[in-house]
Ligand binder design. Sequence first.
Ligand code: URA
Length: 220
Amino acid sequence: MKDGSLPPPKPEPGHEYPELPERTSLPGYRESAAHCRACDLWKNATQTVFGEGKRTSKVVFVGEQPGDKEDIAGRPFVGPAGRVLDEALEAAGIDRSTVYVTNAVKHFKWRKAGKRRLHEKPGRSEIQACRLWLDAELAILKPRVVVCLGATAAQALISPAFRVTKERGKLIASPLAPHVVATVHPSSILRAYDEAAREEEMRAFIADLRVVARLIADTG
Ligand code: URA
């Protein structure tokens, strides 16, 4: 274990990783991940949703897993939570095209509810199996800043005991990157109980992202 978080990547029992690329590159890993069978999540998902962003990105945002829209589009954070993230990034002065956006788990886990596909939280062994891809992304990008969006990413990457509500917006010492910060998941803002609460939570989210913006400005 490199830190207090999950142990090293391991497929679920009876499962295997696909062939890995000979040369380490994001396109190579993206292609391998498309065939990942390290847990069962691929069976109900449309496709693997690998991270997205420039190879030169110095900041990596890590969410939980793709949602319904992302599963269909094959791209991270393009649905409702992505729109909240985009709005907050813009307000904090961070250009999304300069950052890399990915997830701890790269297949959509869901259950059927009538005609809808409802999000289900990924389990520990699914997160551990998927860790191979996130570790590869981080090893290639070598970001200056890693931003965990929500408890799943923070508990997988920082520590299982990590509490986003208590530690949000603070710099966390971690071997992952020179600067690691956690904040809420943008979908939690969509679940706020009324408009006033939504606005308040959005303000707090933007304040956390301003910490990231300052780190970007300071680290160049
Ligand atoms: N929620 C996430 O955690 N990631 C996405 O890509 C979309 C929604």
